[in-house]
Design a protein around this ligand. Sequence first.
Ligand code: CTP
Ligand code: MG
Length: 249
Amino acid sequence: MSDEARPRRTAVVIPAAGRGVRLGPGAPKALRALNGTPMLIHAVRAMAASRAVSLVVVVAPSDGVAEVKHLLDDHALPERTDYLVVAGGDTRQESVHLGLKALPEGVTTVLVHDAARPLVPVDTVDAVIEAVRDGAVAVVPALPVADTVKEVEPAGKPGDPEQVVATPVRARLRAVQTPQGFDHDTLVNAHATIALAGEGATDDAGMVERLGAPVVVVPGHEEAFKVTRPLDLVLAEAVLARRRANDGF
Ligand code: CTP
Ligand code: MG
């Protein structure tokens, strides 16, 4: 398995400790199958597909560490890619923090990638890594938004009418995805500095922004969408079917 002492340069932290409440009852989201393979395995393979990635740290549900280790042992990764599994926390922010703490010395570039984005193409992963290696301290893949977005005063009860506060100019908005890429020390500093509030940060780049460091956006990809609700599972399996048809196997 992993040789934890060997220095590596680009590592990926994969938060996979969420329950997947919006997906509905069942196994933790990252362990749900897409075409027979757990979503997490798709996500790990998507990261390991990049030649630059030498270590993947999976942050598993705290009661699922052994299960996730077995899953990773059972699904081959490229020779060049090591992996570690650590237990996650109650929020995504905590889970990422715990993953960062597991990184060995010598990592200079860190990607953070949601297990819930299993189908991101390797070209997107490589573009994020390249932008970090070219000197950006924080890089976010993102797409223009299709819907007009309203800011509202959230209703007290679900379903109640909500007062609109503002309508940001759509052309200036981007929907951000993962993997987000960082200079290691910048991200570790952000996670050490920014206290957990409420449900915690859902976006690592946002934490770096709050430190005043520059964050840049690079083009995302429509296949990097996040599996959140049941319909997203249908879309993910359709994307896999299209890939199989195109690859001819
Ligand atoms: N995540 C995590 N630890 C948590 C919460 C979330 O590692 N305590 C991870 C999820 O496993 C997922 C990613 O963060 O890969 C993005 O979160 P999200 O899509 O919100 O997943 P869940 O929190 O599992 O889903 P939900 O919010 O519907 O419960
Ligand atoms: Mg969540």
